[in-house]
Design a protein around this ligand. Structure first.
Ligand code: UT7
Length: 307
């Protein structure tokens, strides 16, 4: 069996917060943020539901399908609108979907965990799954804490995945989790995001390289075969360090963090969309999609674009 990507959509809030704007209230600077992270601005606003609805609607339209074609919705989010109920049923209701709908929380690996979940659903009888990554991280940021405030942004991205008995876009996965590192990046109930940035950085490079190598090996390809790397957008230096170890030049890597910051489970679909808009997604090409985040969790997949 196989699974095809059929359509994509994104949503970002209109409000742009630049590094200079943050420097007005925080002891930071555009130079520090740009040099240490690659981030120049981020979008702020909306909610996981409102952004997820727009991205989901666009992905269904892009796929050319009807609402009634979708038979499962998986939402990846670290920042659901409410602890209970899950945000996915509310998005489904707004979209006019009546199918099952659930949230998945794997932090910044969330979109790839949701794609892996969708793959399993399609292997076992579902026909078309809408996968959304949607985040309202700014709600859980202490805007007086320069450690986190400069990094995060809001946004959403979505994809429609369809069962195809005759072909396959998703060649392999490698996912992992290490709860012994849970305290490195947290947000307690009623609190704000907090992180041991240095240690997350160190581990992120290690797990991205390891999971990417395992995903490539199980797809039977090498780094030389990859036309594109679509990494989670946390820090340009993490992406540079990981791709350098994998032997992949930055020219083959998609970067959107300069405009959106770290949008957690929205970052990979936002980056895919940007690559497609810029003509970088070509039929027959291999791509590595790879994420890491709180948990810690990590997830890589090798994709061969069919269109
Ligand atoms: O999505 C997955 C989760 N997140 C990540 O993957 C993020 C992983 N970590 C990182 O991206 C980086 O560790 C950070 C961007 C968070 C920090 O960069 P760094 O190069 O590790 O900086 P640092 O924490 O070692 O701080 C260097 C200096 C310190 O000052 P001193 O001790 O050298 O005087 C900090 O106090 O920079 C200072 N600093 C800042 N200065 C201006 C820390 N944050 C800021 C800031 N503006 N926002």
């Amino acid at each position: 069996m196989g699974v095809r990507f059929r359509g994509w959509g994104i949503a970002v809030p209109d409000r742009i917060v630049t590094n200079d704007e943050l420097s007005l209230t925080l002891d930071t600077s555009d130079q520090w943020i740009t040099e240490r992270t690659g981030i120049r601005e981020r979008r702020v606003g909306g909610s996981a539901m409102s952004l997820g609805v727009i991205a989901g609607r666009d992905a269904i339209a892009d796929s050319g399908m009807e609402l009634s074609d979708i038979d499962f919705l998986v939402l990846a989010t670290t920042t659901p609108d409410r602890l209970c109920p899950a945000t996915a049923p509310m998005i489904a209701n707004e979209l006019g979907l009546t199918c099952p709908a659930m949230d998945v929380n794997a932090a910044c690996s969330g979109f790839m965990y949701a794609v892996r979940t969708a793959y399993g659903l399609l292997e076992t009888g579902n026909k078309r799954v809408l996968v959304i990554g949607a985040e309202h991280l700014s709600r859980w940021v202490d805007w007086s804490d320069r450690n986190m405030a400069v990094l995060l942004g809001d946004g959403a991205g979505a994809a429609v995945l369809e069962y195809d008995p005759d072909g396959n876009d998703l060649l392999s996965f490698h996912l992992g989790a290490d709860g012994s590192a849970a305290d490195l990046l947290t947000c307690e109930h009623g609190g704000f995001f907090q992180m041991d940035g240095k240690e997350v950085f160190r581990r992120a490079v290690r797990v991205v390289v390891d999971s990417a190598e395992k995903a490539m090996a199980s797809a039977g390809i090498t780094a030389d075969d990859l036309s594109l790397v679509i990494p989670h957008q946390a820090n340009i230096r993490i992406i540079q360090a990981a791709t350098q170890r994998l032997g992949i030049e930055m020219e083959r890597t998609v970067i959107t963090l300069d405009r959106y910051g770290n949008t957690s489970s929205a970052s990979i679909p936002l980056a895919f969309y940007d690559a497609r808009e810029n003509g970088r997604v070509k039929s027959g090409d291999y791509a590595l999609l790879t994420g890491f985040g709180a948990g810690m969790t990590w997830a890589s997949a090798i994709v061969k674009w069919s269109r």
